[in-house]
Structures are given as structure tokens and as C-alpha cells.
Write a protein that binds this ligand. Sequence first.
Ligand SMILES: Cc1ncc(C[n+]2csc(CCOP(=O)(O)OP(=O)(O)O)c2C)c(N)n1
Length: 321
Amino acid sequence: MYRLTNEQYLDLYYYMRLTREFEETILKLYRQGKIVGGAYTGNGNEATAVGSAFALEKHDYLFPMHRDMGAHLVKGQTLRNLMLQHLARGNSLSKGRDGTGHYADPPLRIYGNISHLGAMVPMACGVALASKLRREGSVVLTYIGDGGSNVGDIHEALAMASVQRLPLVLIIENNQFAYSTPVAKQKAMEKYSDRAMGYGMPGFTIDGTDIEEVYQVCKQAVERARRGVGPTLIESVTMRMHGHSAHDGADYVPKELLAEWRKKDPVERIERTLIERKVLTPSVKAQYEEKIQATLDDAVRFAVESPYPPGEEAVVGVYAE
Ligand SMILES: Cc1ncc(C[n+]2csc(CCOP(=O)(O)OP(=O)(O)O)c2C)c(N)n1
């Protein structure tokens, strides 16, 4: 068991709330026509993204997917940068070339996400191999959705990671749907973690709405990888509470299913736990709310006032000089 202090628990709460509020703001900006392209949220996935990244050290690597906003934040990404990225501004990390999380930030050791499902896991594997050869003592954490987990690249990456005992942790985010395809139509085995046995690595299935469980299992996997024992596969069971992206009303998701999962809302769960433990008093909660609002207002203002990239820059960096 890795004991979480009250202070760490409040950090988890802060990042989960910040993620939720940030993504709600993104949806508003999308509806106002200020975001071109897609707007994805990880509503329902906050505990998985935040709790897993919280298990990393500064010198570890993160390869997040499109539901993992909280992981970016925990790894040290600023709200300003994330807002610039979503609004495709010229001073964003991808220099306005793409939105959402398609950027890399080498100083923070954040790489990804790669839009082509499955393609990022072999890359994460390569970084894990490099880190091992350099004896860095760093761990690589990456993610894939339930649908994406069926892409062949994942199989190749996990086969190599297990044989080479690479310091890799892969989280399969089983959020019940891959776009409109329910998990029952994607797999014949009971659990995604059952696949781990075929690679000779440990596999766990966890409640992805329970921050404590996510953190404990991820921390153990990360430290196991750091000791050089090898990779771990973790299936985190959650629900995609919004449509695939902001344009998708998700009418194909049964209302009763959403109502059932709403009771397990991860942000409300951590809030209830901290109130019961008397860690989150009304005044502490008010302080967090104020801090989150101020951080958000600053990021929106900064991004909206930032210019788009000049047209001529579209070809910069495309061809070798
Ligand atoms: C190889 C590939 N096929 C299709 C797509 C289009 N696509 C992007 S996300 C997505 C659904 C992914 O579902 P899942 O992996 O379960 O993740 P979720 O979005 O549910 O979190 C699809 C089909 C893609 N990006 N890459």
C-alpha cells in the first residue's frame, strides 16, 4: 500500500475538478464556434487519468490519449498551453497545426497523442527501451481505449515489452463504447486484462472511478516497472459520459446505463470521500473553486488574445532544410 497524505488527496481532488471544469469550458468554446475541429472530453475518466499520472515521477514519460486531460495537468502541463492548443493558436505547442492533445512537450516528457489508434503504444515501447538502455530509471505510462486496444500494433508492442522487460505500463480505458460500438461487440473474453496472460505479464481490472484504487494499482505497476521486473497491463473500467466528441449526441447509449454510471461520478466520489474525512471543509472547497476559476479565466483570456499562426508558416518544419 502506498499511503496518500491528506495533502496528496487534495491535490488529486484539485486536478480532477480542474479537468472537469476545463473540459466544460472547452465544450462552451466549441459551441461558440471558437474551436475548430473536434472537442473531446474525458467526463467519467477523471479518476483514471489523474490517479494514474499521479503515480509517475518527474523523470517518467507520459503518452496520453484523448480522454486523459487530467494526466497532462498532473504531469505539469499548464492550462494556458492546453487552451492555446485547443484554440489552435500560433504560440501553442503544435504551433497551431492541430487541436486537442496532439502535441509533444519534451521538457515535461509528454508525447502524444497520436491520432491513429494503436500507433502510440509501439512508440511508448521504443521510449521505454531507450530509457532502459540508458539506465535512466524512468517509466513510460500510456493509454488506449477499449476499441483501440484491438489494433494489431498493440499486440506487437506488448509482445516486445514483455520479452524485453520494458518499464511500460499500459492502461486500457474500458469506457463501454468505441464511438457507437459497445464493448460486447468488440471482445469475446470476459475482461481486457485477460489478455495480459498471453504476454506473460500481470493484468489487473480496476474500478476506474475510484481514485484510491486507480492510484494504488498504477503506483505498484509503475514501481514494478522501475525495478526492471517488466510491464503491466491495467484495464480501467469507466463510462464515457459524453458523446465520442462534441458533435456526437450519443443517442445510441441507453439512458438507464448513463443514469447508473452517473451515481459513480468520479469527481463527486472523491468530493464525498474528502468531506466525510473532514479534509474538504466548506472553506477549503471555496478556496479551490476560486483558484480553479481564476486559472481558467486566465487561460481563456490568454488564448483568445493570442494570434493564429501566419499562413506562410504552414510549410515551416514540413521539409528538411
Ligand atoms: C486506426 C484508427 N481507426 C479509426 C480511428 C477513428 N477513431 C478515433 S477515436 C475512435 C473510437 C475509439 O474508441 P476507443 O478506443 O474505445 O476510445 P474512446 O474514444 O471510447 O475513449 C475511432 C474509431 C482512428 N483514429 N484510428
